[in-house]
Each structure stands twice: as C-alpha cells, then as structure tokens.
Design a protein around this ligand. Structure first.
Ligand SMILES: [Zn+2]
Length: 289
C-alpha cells in the first residue's frame, strides 16, 4: 500500500471563480430566522443589509439550497442535523461529491474542509435604483397578503409576506471552488448542475406558492492558479463566459479542459475517491474499514 504522495494532499493549486447575476422571475422571499438578531424576530420579513436596508441573498441560503439539491440529485439521504437543518454527511470514506464540495465537520472521520465558498449576493445598483423609484410597499420590496383557511374552524386568517419584486437582479454572485486535486475540477461540473437544478426549483421561502423562481445569467468561469496570485494582475483576466447555466452545462467538456489548462494540478498517487484506504495518507484520520 503506497502512502507517499508526490506532493502534500492539502496543497492548494488554485481557485475557480464562478461569477454571474441572479435574476428573479417571481418574487423572492429570503427571510430571517427568528434567532437572527438582525431582524428582531419578524417572521415574514426579508433579510436586509443593515447598512443600506437593501435585501440581499445570504451566501448561506444559496449554499444550503445548492447542497440540498445536490444531495437529492445524488440520492444522498439526510443523516445528520446541523444548525437545525437535516443534511447528508458521509460517515465513512470515501466522501461523495456532495461532501467534497460542501465539506464534512471535523468530528467525522471523513472530515474535510469545504471546497466551495458562496458569497452573499447583493441587489444590483440598477435594480436598487429602479425599485427605489417605484416606491414599493416597503423600501425595495412589496408585501403580498396570503390567506389561509383553518380547516377546523373555517376561519380565514391572512398573513403578509414580504417579497423582492420579480425582475429584480442580484449581482454579483460569486461561487469559489478551491482546487487541491483534479477531482475538484470535475466537481465544478456538479456545482453547475446544482445551479441548473435550482432554476427548476426555488430559492428562499414560499416556493410552493410561486415565489423564488430565479435564473443565473451572464456567467463567467475564472480560473486562478496559485502561481498567478504572485504576479501582477493581467489586463483582462482569462475567463470563459456563458449567457446562462444551460450554455455552461452544454459546454462542460470545454469548461473542464479550460480549467485543467489554467490550473495545473500535479499528480498525486491516488485520491480518496478511487482508493478509499489511501485516505489513511492523511495524518489525523485513520479510517476504520
Ligand atoms: Zn457524502
């Protein structure tokens, strides 16, 4: 059993940035949880940037949705609770693609840092100005009244849900995949697929009642090798552009070749996925097979 690798397993080779914008096709409601101190326990309010009061999409909300959709697409049943949400975590090596991208906490033997970073996405300046000019119900948002009928008493109760209006655009979205091995480059394709799944699903709350339909547009895949960080920035960064997720999916072979060309990944003897027992190469974790 060969345990020596040609380079340290934890050596960062580069990063892949996926940038773009998120357009709301229907109203978007990303609410704050009651335990979020920023909103004082209001149930149906949207989350806002405390400085500008503009609504935004927290990276955690987008990330959680992408994880959930990836778990479903991979057929991974939730088996752990984390922060009040049930998620899937591989408890034995090898880690699946979901766990590789989204990470596994340190107490499990499959522990690994998440490859994926999802940043907060803010309302575009253009949309903010347009919504401000429209004088919506609340700053930048509209309030929809939804009626609910109690089946026992037949009483009708109404509640108000705050929505970012349809056609608003959030930019710029930035998803970052840290690249340690070639598999991280192929896993980038799984991330793009998660965005495609998101477009046929919904983001935020009220999705089953029409809210949260979004499109990711004006996408750019930007590879950055570790070596490039020490050099003066190029005039125009090398990037691959796609109008939408569908186009990016159709060009997935081209995208992977582009990433492999731009982020050289020195060969390792093996990866955890192809030979589970080799993850013993990691100093701390000893898999119990
Ligand atoms: Zn897993």
């Amino acid at each position: 059993m060969a345990t020596d690798t040609r380079r340290p397993v934890g050596q960062l080779c580069g990063r892949v940035l996926l940038r773009g914008s998120i357009r709301c096709l229907t109203g978007l409601h990303i609410g704050a949880r009651n335990d979020d101190p920023a909103v004082g326990g209001i149930d149906e309010a949207v989350l806002r940037d405390p400085l500008t009061l503009r609504p935004y999409i927290p990276g955690s909300a987008l990330r959680g949705k992408l994880r959930s959709l990836s778990e479903q697409a991979e057929g991974r049943e939730p088996n752990r609770e984390s922060g009040g949400v049930h998620i899937h975590l591989c408890t034995r090596p090898p880690a699946c693609v979901v766990c590789r991208l989204f990470g596994v906490p340190s107490q499990l033997e499959t522990a690994r840092p998440a490859r994926l970073i999802v940043r907060d996405v803010y309302l575009s300046e253009d949309s903010a100005q347009r919504l401000a000019a429209l004088r919506t119900d609340l700053p930048f948002t509209e309030v929809r009244v939804e009626a609910a009928v109690d089946r026992r008493s037949a009483a009708v109760t109404s509640r108000e849900i705050e929505l970012v209006p349809a056609s608003a655009v959030f930019s710029e979205m930035e998803l970052v995949v840290n690249v340690y091995e070639d598999q991280d480059l192929t896993d980038f394709g799984t991330l793009v697929r998660a965005l495609a799944l998101l477009e046929d699903d919904y983001l935020g709350g009220g999705g089953s009642r029409g809210a949260g339909s979004v499109r990711c547009e004006q996408l750019a895949v930007i590879p950055r090798s570790v070596a490039s960080y020490g050099q003066p920035p190029a005039g125009s960064p090398l990037q691959l552009e796609a109008a939408n997720v569908r186009e990016l999916l159709e060009r997935s072979d081209e995208v992977l070749a582009f990433l492999r060309e731009q982020i050289p990944v020195p060969e390792t003897e093996t990866t955890a996925d192809t030979a589970p027992s080799e993850s013993a190469a990691s100093d701390e974790e000893q898999p119990s097979l």
